[in-house]
Every structure is written in structure tokens, then in C-alpha cells.
Design a binder for this molecule. Structure first.
Ligand SMILES: Cc1cc2nc3c(=O)[nH]c(=O)nc-3n(C[C@H](O)[C@H](O)[C@H](O)COP(=O)(O)O)c2cc1C
Length: 184
């Protein structure tokens, strides 16, 4: 009886010791700061590392001017084959089990620079959690487009933070994204 109890305790101890938390990286594109601020709060809530996806040619306010159909963002939305160059790469990407990829929804899709980032970094074998901020669009269409483009990746649909959220709605988004992280 005592022996089997000891055995049970030993197994429980080994299980606790071997259940490591996954290593998480939050990457985000955020020309006007909304996705950045959400990503920073998510990093605080999860202890994850952060990497900002920036254009090698930075995105200016004019580039994302919704009133100007000639702006860079509209040109990129109109030609989904464009691949704006990303500045730098995340450090030690290999060591991460889970990579969040966050972006503002543009034209009900991920901005082209997200394609550049996904194609320029080896995300195979990782859990890639997609999330966004938006005016009013849901994430599903943007997520489905990425899923079609990258069928070999383990993409997981997170959620979107819509414009002018209440503090509770913002916290709910952070909680939901945190819950999406799979156990290792
Ligand atoms: C070029 C452009 C296209 C956009 N398209 C959409 C859209 O299709 N649906 C939507 O809900 N919001 C759209 N938005 C609003 C952004 O998704 C939203 O403001 C986002 O939170 C901005 O994130 P950021 O501050 O991280 O750049 C668009 C914004 C821009 C600049």
C-alpha cells in the first residue's frame, strides 16, 4: 500500500516536472499602433516575447490614409501578389513552439506584408495563432484566406479586437488569445 502510494507520488512528480510551458513569440504588424498596443498587453499577460513586423520601407501615415485611394496600402490591397520587404527577422525563431501573427485587417484580409513575413520565416511545425484588430470586420475571412494560401502550416484562428472596445471587451480578447495557446 505504502509502496504504491510512493510510486503514485513519483509519477505525479515526474509529470509535473516534464509539463513545460510552450515558448511563445508574438509577432505583429501595426502601422498606426492599435495592434502593437494589443500585442504588448498580450505579451504582459502571457510572458511571451515580441517581434514587430516592420516594412524595410516604413509605413507612413500617408501610406495608410483611408481617404487616398492612391495610398500604398490601397496599391498593396489591389495587387495581392506584392510582397513588401520586412525589416529584419525574429531572433531564435527555431526555439518557439507557438507564434502569434497579428495585423490590422485591410480590405477584409491580412496586409501583404504578413505574406512576406510568413514566406520569409520557417513556421512549419509551430502553432501559428492568427489575430487582428479592425474597424468592424471579423477575423474569419482573413484567416481563411491565409489558411488557403498556406495549407502546410498549423494556423489557428484567434480573434479580432474591434474599434473602440470597452475595457471588458479588450480584456476578453486578451483572455481568448491566451486560452488559444496549446499546452506543450
Ligand atoms: C488600408 C486600410 C484598410 C482597412 N480595411 C479594413 C477592413 O476591411 N475592415 C475593417 O474592419 N477595418 C479595416 N481597416 C481598419 C483597421 O483594420 C483598424 O483601424 C486597425 O485597428 C488598425 O490597426 P493598427 O493601428 O495596428 O495599424 C482598414 C484600415 C486601413 C488603413
Amino acid at each position: 500500500m505504502r509502496r504504491s502510494l510512493l510510486m503514485m507520488l513519483a509519477v505525479m512528480f515526474m509529470t509535473v516536472c516534464s509539463a513545460k510551458d510552450p515558448k511563445v513569440l508574438i509577432t505583429y504588424f501595426s502601422p498606426t499602433g492599435t495592434t502593437k498596443s494589443l500585442s504588448q498587453d498580450l505579451a504582459k499577460a502571457t510572458g511571451a516575447d515580441l517581434f514587430e513586423i516592420e516594412g524595410a520601407q516604413p509605413y507612413t501615415t500617408d501610406d495608410v490614409n483611408l481617404g487616398n485611394r492612391e495610398a500604398r496600402a490601397f496599391k498593396e490591397m489591389a495587387d495581392k501578389s506584392l510582397r513588401p520587404e520586412v525589416k529584419g527577422k525574429p531572433d531564435k525563431l527555431k526555439s518557439y513552439d507557438v507564434v502569434f501573427v497579428g495585423f490590422p485587417i485591410w480590405g477584409d484580409a491580412a496586409p501583404n506584408i504578413i505574406n512576406s513575413f510568413i514566406e520569409g520565416n520557417d513556421l512549419k511545425g509551430k502553432t501559428v495563432i492568427i489575430f487582428s484588430t479592425s474597424g468592424s470586420s471579423n477575423l474569419t475571412n482573413s484567416y481563411n484566406k491565409l489558411k488557403d494560401q498556406y495549407p502546410d502550416l498549423n494556423l489557428v484562428e484567434g480573434t479580432t479586437l474591434k474599434r473602440n472596445p470597452t475595457p471588458e471587451a479588450r480584456q476578453a480578447v486578451i483572455d481568448k488569445l491566451k486560452e488559444t495557446i496549446p499546452a506543450k
